[in-house]
Write a protein that binds this ligand. Structure first.
Ligand SMILES: [Zn+2]
Length: 563
């Protein structure tokens, strides 16, 4: 049944593409199917989660057992007293932990080549407790995103809440053009800007207008533009969030104003691009130096948010682990896995001749990068969690949990990790709107976005992985798996997280049994290379077709035309 359905969807994509007489890139991702009657229950007039232990997301310690009363889609009351007589639904949660739903601050869906059905990503996120994703962008086709966002808001599909950030076109020529683009954005349902390292007058215009219109902003300050727009330059202009590491190290360079790249470096050679960046680790003012401290203090004063997405680059430290991660076999689509494998065509698949030296450089880089993030946290700076999944062996949902583990490695207490993943994400979404948070914390009055798990994630973050954590069962003497989210509640609707994961496994299994025909794969490859960019003002983005869907890596090549 499942297999038949998937094959049908796939063939439909091809047929429609063929009938229109256009290459299949005119097609977009397959929107999520309507939520079936057996997918999720609620919302209820009165739902009680009984006898759970609450980790509320603020950083407060766990407390329980308590009963959490939810009316429709809002948290009404948290108490240890008797539960009302007339409740519609009770979840017996003795020994279970209740956390706010996670917020993935750096999300993109797949592509026709990698993962054509949005349902695959949505269910992986929801199965890992992710109830909100900030798309940066979720998909470059803004109209498509608006529709999915709306369907998700109405709980017509099984999907996290969608926050819609989009990229301005990469070919903005003047500050006025930039300002006009931003001015039109709210009318297009755009909530924030995903920026690159634009040249200063353009960046200033974008950020000034965004601030005026209460739009959020997050930037990937790519190497191609970072020489004139590092993280401090951008923050001084009002940038909200620095995502990835780009721009931090360059602002801290000790003996140079640009990274001292090898003279045969070529940015378009992705092994250069991703291998050399790690060599920055010892070219900067060292951790703890006066320059290091001054850098972080100024960001703190400016209120910059750090969204490190450490998980997306972690394969560079130990490629073998990333390629063989336990979840790939059951939960990574073969087409996605194929995309990850060494290729000069696929973005982020830069393992042409990945060496011990490359991995050592990345390990050293992480050591310094983690200190930067942890020092910022210690000073009171805000850190959020984003995964940027869909590239570099980073599978949706699983990659997000790895980000949490990496924050602990950086020196965060698990309660601080949870705070980053919940409250901090929510604040970063609502602050630009100058509104208080609607989710991200388990407290009365907020939306019922949360999840339940049978293990204590503070004791071991690995229990949050969908397939659970490995643990020796001393009664049987056999290793077994524990944890994995049990129930994900979004907007008061209760989903069986294990079933969501089983649905994903079935999608993977179906694709293994009926792989896309070879010619289709080729068509799809072309497709994913020319995605439709965002269109706040029709016609403005036509020139931006190079790798726009490759989020993490290439914002929009703002400076490509400026050199
Ligand atoms: Zn990205």
């Amino acid at each position: 049944m499942f297999a038949t359905h998937r094959v049908f969807v796939f063939i439909t994509i091809l047929i429609v593409g063929a009938c229109l007489g256009v290459p299949s890139f005119a097609q977009d991702l397959v929107p999520a199917p309507d939520r079936r009657a057996d997918e999720g229950v609620g919302p209820f007039d009165q739902l009680v989660i009984k006898d759970c232990i609450v980790i509320d997301g603020t950083g407060a310690p766990p407390r329980g057992p308590v009963n959490v009363l939810i009316k429709q889609n809002r948290i009404e009351k948290i108490s240890s007293g008797k539960i009302p007589e007339d409740v519609d639904h009770v979840i017996e949660a003795v020994g279970m932990y209740l956390l706010p739903g996670f917020v993935d601050m750096h999300a993109h869906l797949g592509s026709l080549q990698k993962a054509p059905e949005a349902e695959y990503c949505y269910k992986l996120w929801m199965a890992h407790g992710v109830t909100t994703v900030r798309g940066v962008p979720l998909n470059g086709n803004n109209e498509w995103v608006i529709k999915e966002k709306d369907r998700s808001a109405k709980n017509e599909i099984v999907a996290p809440r969608i926050v819609n950030y989009q990229r301005p076109p990469g070919n903005l020529k003047t500050a006025e053009e930039a300002r006009q683009w931003v001015e039109a954005a709210p009318g297009q349902g755009i909530e924030g800007l995903k920026l690159g390292a634009y040249r200063p007058e353009i960046m200033q215009a974008l950020l000034r207008e965004a601030e005026r219109l209460r739009l959020g902003s997050v930037a990937h300050l790519a190497q191609t533009g970072v020489a004139h727009m590092d993280a401090m330059d951008a923050a001084r202009m009002g940038l909200g969030t620095v995502t990835h590491y780009y721009g931090h190290f360059e602002a801290l360079l000790k003996d140079h104003v640009v990274q001292p790249w090898p003279t045969d470096y070529n940015y378009n050679n992705e092994q250069d691009r991703f291998g050399q960046v790690a060599r920055l680790w010892d070219k900067i003012h060292p951790p703890g130096s006066p320059e290091w401290k001054a850098y972080l203090e100024e960001h703190l004063e400016l209120g910059t948010v750090f969204d490190p997405t450490m998980t997306i680059y972690s394969a560079g430290r130990d490629l073998m682990r990333a390629r063989r991660a336990e979840w790939h076999d059951q939960y990574t689509l073969p087409s996605l896995m194929q995309f990850f494998e060494p290729s000069r065509k696929n973005h982020g698949s830069y393992w042409f001749d990945w060496t011990t030296e490359d991995e050592v450089a990345w390990r050293n880089f992480y050591h310094v990068w983690m200190q930067l993030i942890n020092d910022y946290k210690k000073m009171g700076g805000r850190v959020t969690t984003g995964a940027d999944s869909g590239f570099i062996y980073d599978t949706y949902g699983f990659g997000y949990i790895e980000e949490l583990e990496l924050l602990q490695e950086a020196g965060f207490h698990p309660l601080e990790v949870i705070q980053c993943a919940t409250m901090n994400g929510a604040k970063t979404i609502f602050d630009p709107k100058r509104k208080s948070i609607e989710f991200g914390v388990i407290q009365p009055g907020l939306l019922a976005d949360m999840f339940l798990i049978e293990e204590n994630p503070l004791q071991n973050l690995k229990v949050l992985y969908g397939h659970g954590a490995l643990r020796l069962n001393d009664e049987t003497g056999e290793p077994g798996r524990v944890g994995g989210v049990r129930w994900t509640i979004k907007d008061g609707v209760v989903y069986d997280a294990k079933q969501l994961l089983a649905d994903v496994a079935a999608m993977v299994e179906a694709q293994k049994k009926a792989p896309p025909p070879a010619e289709a794969s080729e068509a799809q490859k072309e497709a994913s290379e020319e995605p439709e960019p965002a269109k706040p003002e029709a016609g403005e983005n036509k020139q931006e077709n190079d790798k726009t869907e490759e989020p993490d890596v290439e914002p929009s090549k703002p400076d490509k035309d400026q050199r």
